[in-house]
Structures are given as C-alpha cells and as structure tokens.
Design a protein around this ligand. Structure first.
Ligand code: WQD
Length: 340
C-alpha cells in the first residue's frame, strides 16, 4: 500500500517514514530539499533496508502536484509535513509562510478530493492554542489568535481541511497537534538537522555541549512557574512518528468516528527549561554552559497536553521519557559531528 510523505526528508517526516516502512507500507517521499538534505534517504535505508521512492519537486508548483498524482494513481494516503516552520522568520516574511504553508495544502486537497477515497494526515501544532487558560490542554481548548504567521498557517490549515471534509465525504482526515518534538532515532542514523543557528532549545543544548555554540541563553527565569523558566511538553520524535502510523491506520481501516478528527500528541508532562538542562546533564554527564537572559518575545509561559483522547481513541501512548529523548539527541549530535 503506497503512502506519500511530503517533507519526508525533514525531522518528523523521516522518522515517520521509518515507522511506515517497518509497518510494511511503500513510502514515496516528496520534498524540495529547501530545508533538508537528500542524504537523509541513506539514513532511512540504513535503518529499514528499504530506500523510499523520492520525488523532488516544489508543492507550490500546481502542475507538479497534478503530475505527481497522475504518476501515483494508487496512493492510499498522504501525510503532509512539508511547510516552513520558523516562528521568527514567519514574522519577518509572512507571505513566504502563507504561500508555502497554505497554497501547497490547497493543491494537495484539490487532488485528493478528485479521488474515490483519500486519507490525509496534517501536521498541526499546539501553537494553535496560544497560551491556553488551563493545563493540561485538551482538544476542546479554544484556538487563540495566532502569535505568529507560522501559527496562523496551522490554524487556517486546520480550517481549510475541516471545511473541505464537510463537503467531501470521501476525504478522511486527521490533524495531529504536536507539542515539542525532540530527540532522534535510537540508531542515530537520522535525527534533527537544524540549518544555521538552532532556534529550538534541544538542538541548541546539544550543539553547546559539542562546543559548536559558546553557551545556551535561557530566555527568562522570571515566569510564574516553579523554577521561573517556561514549561513545555517535550515528546520523543519516535513516539510522535508512531502516532502518525496509528492515525493513518485508523483512517485506512475506517475506524475514524468522523471524516475529520483532531488529536493532541504530547507526553502529558510539562518540563521547564531548567529541567531539560538537568535532564541533559544527567544523561550525558556533560555540564552545560548556560546563562539566564531576557525573555524571548512571543514565548508562552506553559503548554503541555491532555493526552486522554489520543490514548483512549487512537490507542496511542508516548513511551519515552524526557531522559530517553535527551539521551537520543545527544547520541545523534555526537555522531553527526563525528561524521562531518
Ligand atoms: C522551548 C523553550 C524557549 C531556545 C516552537 C514552535 C512550535 C514548534 C516547536 C514547529 C521556550 C526556551 C529556546 C533557546 C531557550 N515548532 N529556549 N533558549 O518555542 O516552545 O515551540 O518549536 O512546529 O510551533 O513555536 O520551542 O524549543 O524554541 O523553546 O531558553 O536557545 O525553550 O524560551 O521556553 P517552542 P523552543
């Protein structure tokens, strides 16, 4: 059975490709290589023994999208990761984000609604909740006005899918709202490869420990949290990848309760920045060089998931702890640096 993974050379896409292949699916990766390298295919093949089909084109090209669907008429499902995802960049260049993240979604849905049956998983984000009123956050928490064009594209993306499913019963879709994906595959053949200076906490920690960065700046310790630093729900990327496999199989097996569903994907546990640093030092034995600086504009205080719906309806549970994820991130960082 053929499944297409757009953005499949990326961090979550590559890990999801591994899980799909190991479950017996034939995966076609679609990627324009704007934010990931084709060499990720080697890592996937080293883990599974199967090199995914790879189609390199830009989903912003409507004709290329149409051609792709003609080339693969037996596609059973699409998992759509391809998008720009840097919050800060989206503020500086909103049109890049609205074009890249939304036009590509529309083109894919236009093709999918031409098919007799279509199964679609959308990469959404807990960003849609903004600073939620109550913790943990469940799927009924109100979607707040987006703090960035990036977050807005996730909100609008979900609405586009919801409205399309309303009038296309043959389209079966799920949006997965990720919390904070971290870590790497235990084989250390694939992992997170941020381009340039990492924006996210965990790759900045591991690069600092490797001596690539002078020190980690902790963005504020004066928040109303137990240790003053922000709280997030850090989920191992392999747990997140497995959630995509389970969600796709829910659709393929017709187990979904409606033709559009939304699930939070997190661990259900909040961890502060300091707790992440302590976890890293515990698993690596490497003291981390960091300093407390001012708050980062746009940061929310706390976000962690109520995972009851994914646990009870999807039958999915996060298996890995924060230490497991930090250990895998560190092993990956050491391997990448050794090879380059
Ligand atoms: C986590 C915490 C920072 C870096 C973003 C996007 C979200 C998703 C994940 C794509 C915060 C602190 C960070 C640093 C720090 N992306 N931090 N020093 O902002 O929760 O989420 O990435 O889907 O949509 O919004 O993740 O890792 O950037 O920050 O102190 O050098 O670490 O202030 O409290 P974030 P993050």
């Amino acid at each position: 059975m053929q499944i297409a993974v757009t953005g499949g050379l990326g961090f979550i896409g590559s890990h999801t490709t591994v899980e799909l292949q190991q479950a017996g699916y034939e995966v076609i990766i679609v990627d324009n290589c704007s934010n990931a390298s084709e060499s990720v295919l080697d890592g996937i093949e080293r883990i599974t023994g199967v090199r995914p089909h790879f189609e390199k084109f830009d989903l912003r090209n409507r004709d290329s999208v149409r051609t792709f669907f003609r080339q693969y008429p037996n596609l059973e499902g699409i998992i759509h990761f391809a998008a720009s995802k840097a919050v800060g960049e989206s503020v500086e260049n909103p049109l890049l984000y609205y074009e890249n993240n939304l036009s590509t979604l529309v083109y894919l849905l236009q093709e999918l609604t031409e098919k007799q049956r279509a199964h679609f998983i959308f990469s959404s984000s807990c960003t849609v909740y903004g600073q939620a009123e109550t913790m943990p956050i469940d799927e009924n928490a109100p979607v707040q006005p987006a703090e960035s064009p990036y977050g807005n594209t996730k909100q609008i993306g979900e609405e586009i899918i919801r409205d399309t499913c309303c009038v296309n019963p043959e389209l079966q879709a799920i949006s997965l709202r990720y919390f904070n994906p971290i870590g790497a595959h235990p084989s250390a053949h694939i992992g997170e490869l941020p381009i340039g200076v990492p924006q996210n906490l965990v790759p900045f920690i591991t690069q600092t420990a490797m001596g690539l960065r002078k020190e980690l700046s902790v963005f504020g310790d004066d928040y109303p949290t137990p240790d003053g630093t922000c709280i997030r729900d850090y989920i191992h990327v392999v747990d997140l990848a497995k959630a995509h496999l389970i969600a796709m199989e829910r659709l393929l097996n017709g187990k979904n309760a409606a033709n559009y569903e939304v699930f939070n994907v997190g661990t259900g546990t909040g961890s502060s920045v300091m707790e992440v640093i302590q976890s890293f030092e515990r698993v690596s034995g490497v003291p981390l060089n960091y300093k407390i600086v001012g708050r980062r504009p746009g940061d929310i205080i706390s976000a962690y998931a109520d995972t009851k719906k994914a646990n009870n309806v999807l039958g999915w549970h996060a298996q890995s702890t924060l230490d497991d994820a930090m250990r895998s991130a560190w092993e990956w960082e050491q391997k990448v640096r050794k090879e380059n």
